[in-house]
Design a protein around this ligand. Structure first.
Ligand code: C5P
Length: 219
């Protein structure tokens, strides 16, 4: 099969990473979670007591992604594997702010484009189809109702032993979307040539099959 790049964008908790991982597995492609890069930079910003000099923050940052057979993508920040800290609430509540900063975006987009240069990548994020990979072979814009996204996030949390309040999750998701859609640089939006996939009420298997059939239709 011809080597492809697939861009998967959409709002928070729409199921992008779950689906992207499965699609990448089915097609023997590499899955790249770009949100994890912004989360890692946010983690460092928090470690440095929220110093607002983002040029300095980026100039002193080394960031790379590695792949573990079992654990999947790992994020290495300044020689430390920080993957396990990236879903903490404090990171989640600051990541949209940090990701709106120009030095942060320029740095992350460059790395993402380098990763995709050899093709064979399924990349999920907010600006993949619009900015990072404008020539992707397939662009999917994945959406789901806020209600359903909050319910899924709650279930996820439950499985990890974390208690969460549904109304609070809904607010957190809606606020993050609002921030991501209204920032000045590369806001979250559907690329003109992206195909919208609404995952509301659909199983993971159904959505994965839908995307695989879109990939097949490229032949
Ligand atoms: O996908 P995830 O929820 O991990 O993304 C965390 C945050 O990172 C998003 O809410 C957004 O602010 C930022 N992000 C971004 N561009 C991307 C991926 C993520 O701005 N390509």
């Amino acid at each position: 099969m011809k080597l492809l790049n697939i861009a998967l964008d959409g709002p928070a908790a729409a199921g992008k990473s779950t689906i992207a991982k499965l699609v990448a597995g089915e097609l023997s492609m590499i899955y790249v979670d770009t949100g994890a890069m912004y989360r890692a930079i946010t983690y460092k910003y928090l470690q440095q007591n929220k110093i607002e000099d983002f040029n300095q923050l980026i100039d002193t940052t080394e960031l790379s992604l590695t792949y573990d057979e079992i654990k999947g993508q790992r994020v290495i920040l300044d020689n430390q594997d920080v993957t396990d800290y990236l879903r903490e609430n404090n990171v989640t509540s600051h990541v949209s702010y940090v990701a709106s900063k120009e030095p942060v975006r320029t740095f992350a987009v460059k790395k993402q484009q380098e990763l995709a240069a050899k093709k064979g990548i399924v990349m999920d994020g907010r600006d993949i189809g619009t900015v990072v990979l404008p020539n992707a072979d397939l662009k999917v814009y994945m959406i789901a109702s806020v209600e359903e996204r909050a319910l899924r996030r709650q279930k996820d949390n439950e499985q990890r032993g974390i208690e969460s309040n549904l109304e609070q999750l809904k607010k957190e998701i809606a606020d993050r979307d609002h921030y991501d859609m209204n920032r000045e640089i590369s806001p979250l939006m559907k690329a003109d040539d992206a195909i919208t996939v609404d995952t509301t009420g659909k199983s993971i298997e159904t959505v994965t099959a839908e995307i695989l059939s879109l990939v097949k239709s490229l032949d």
